[in-house]
Ligand binder design. Structure first.
Ligand code: GLN
Length: 488
């Protein structure tokens, strides 16, 4: 019974809690038991926060016993990507340099989850400092895909995606700089949502590329996604890029009515290089929209093919600056037996950072150095603007854009780990939403011939979360595949 309930959505679990079919403490404990059972194989968690999770669950049970109303997500087992601060617990970013770093404060999203009485079960594994697409760059452990443990879960939020897919927890948060929520959601057969830049506070998220980073939900349904988004979104004075705008009621007003919705499919992401099964599945989703009364149109975004080049200049430049703070003095790891201060800086960073992080710091430092700045960084920023203008133009013609989230389904472990360029190409469909700043999500839309999940990406214009989530909800209900779970 408990195990079955763990596989359900947060909304279903909420009903079970208020109908007293199960207590919040039982639900939390069963999540922890399932992690203990499965995570030796999956590797989704870096650490657990058991005592506080159970304390929070007890508070929920007390409220229910007093017949008080509880928030929708109260008592629902939830995980945080291990680059978000939770006071008193480690925030490692899956890096040796922060291996023993304990958060001195709560990220704003953590504080908001606490206000909602959400038990935070643990911190999930990621590619070191969120740099990667397969979760193989973690300094600690690889994460495995719950649908096939010889395959990657996608990255960089691989642990957050795998933990929800395998029903170790019901909800989780990830961060998305170039696709790190959407790609693993697609590979693990769940929903992953990157809101508009500035909708969710980044205070307490360890910065990778500050102009691109955004926190967002993982869930099994669009409705759960909308509830978690509403719980974490909103203005925050502690983040100067946070938007001072109402989030609005989305979750409680979702409807299947998409009559007259204008759906564009991105021409450049439906041609060469897209796996056959993926393409067929996206075409089926487009036909489904048409059947429901939406108008379909082909949209060309000619510069989208440059998005990877632009991203790897902008993101690495910002990363090289953000990661300068890890110097052995202020945080975490410090190398021993150093001759002087400079030696200590160099040894600490040489020993503390993994190869991908070093590659990014070198690329970014190069792109920003005088003499190369104009040729690389400035040019990349100019093309970034042109890509955003292409989207502006597209959204004058359509309400949403659709594409595959990734050209392929999850690939085998170790198959791309030694080829960074090939790994970077997995983000071709996701990166441009970060460059333009608008909301985008990935949701399941089918399975390939090996029974691996396929994700469809839906993109909307900046601030149009409501249109995006509603369109996704309509498709989800019509496709009817959101009840599929991996057999693990
Ligand atoms: N895969 C991309 C990268 O390696 C995106 C990462 C992310 O979104 N955090 O940078």
């Amino acid at each position: 019974m408990t195990m079955d309930l763990l596989e359900k959505t947060a909304v279903e679990q909420h009903k079970a809690l208020i109908n007293k079919e199960i207590s919040a403490v039982e639900l939390t404990k069963s999540s922890i038991e399932r992690i203990e059972k499965l995570d030796k194989t999956l590797g989704a968690f870096n650490s657990l926060c058991v005592d506080d999770a159970i304390k929070t669950a007890k508070l929920v049970d007390e409220k229910i016993a007093r017949k008080e109303e509880i928030p929708m997500l109260a008592g629902i087992p939830t995980a945080l990507k291990d680059n978000m601060n939770y006071k008193g617990y480690k925030t490692t970013c899956s890096s040796k340099i922060l291996e023993n770093f304990v958060s001195p404060y709560d990220a704003t999203i953590t504080a908001k989850l606490k206000e909602n009485l959400v038990p935070i079960i643990g911190k999930t594994n990621l590619d070191e400092f969120a740099m990667g697409s397969s979760n193989e760059n973690s300094a600690f452990n690889i994460v495995r895909n719950p649908y096939n443990t010889n395959k990657v879960p996608g990255g960089s939020s691989g642990g957050s995606a795998a933990s929800v897919s395998a029903s170790e927890v019901t909800l989780s948060l990830g961060s998305d700089t170039g696709g790190s929520i959407r790609l693993p959601a697609s590979f693990c057969g769940i929903v992953g949502f990157k809101p508009t830049y500035g909708r969710v506070s980044r205070y307490g998220l360890v910065a990778f590329a500050s102009s691109l980073d955004q926190i967002g939900p993982f869930a099994k349904s669009i409705e759960d996604t909308a509830y978690l988004y509403e719980a974490i979104a909103g203005h925050d004075v502690k983040d100067s890029t946070s938007l001072n705008l109402e989030t609005g009621n989305i979750a409680s007003t979702l409807s299947c009515d998409v009559k007259g919705l204008k759906v564009g499919y991105i021409k450049e992401l439906m041609g060469e290089g897209i796996a056959d099964d993926v393409k067929k599945s996206i075409e089926n989703a487009i036909k489904t929209y048409e059947k429901m009364g939406a108008a379909i149109k082909e949209i060309s975004l000619p510069l989208i093919t440059h998005s990877i080049g632009v991203y790897y200049i902008v993101a690495t430049a910002e990363a090289s600056s953000n990661l300068a703070r890890f110097d052995g003095v202020r945080y975490g790891y410090r190398a021993q037996n150093c001759e002087n201060l400079l030696d200590m800086y160099c040894k600490t960073r040489a020993e503390g950072f993994g190869p991908e992080v070093k590659r990014r710091i070198m690329l970014g430092t190069y792109a920003l150095s005088s003499g190369y700045y104009d040729a690389y960084y400035k040019k990349a920023q100019q093309i970034r603007r042109l890509i955003a203008q292409d989207f502006d133009k597209a959204f004058r013609e359509v309400d949403i854009l659709v594409s595959p989230t990734c050209p392929t389904t999850a690939f085998d472990l170790n198959s791309k780990a030694n080829n960074p360029l090939e790994m970077y190409l997995t983000d071709i469909a996701t990166i441009s939403s970060n460059l333009m700043g608008g909301p985008a999500l990935s949701m399941p839309c089918g399975f390939d011939s090996d029974n691996m999940p396929i994700g469809i990406q839906i993109i909307a214009d900046k601030l149009n979360e409501k249109v995006l989530l509603n369109s996704a909800y309509a498709l989800e209900q019509e496709l009817g595949i959101y009840n599929q779970r991996p057999k693990i």
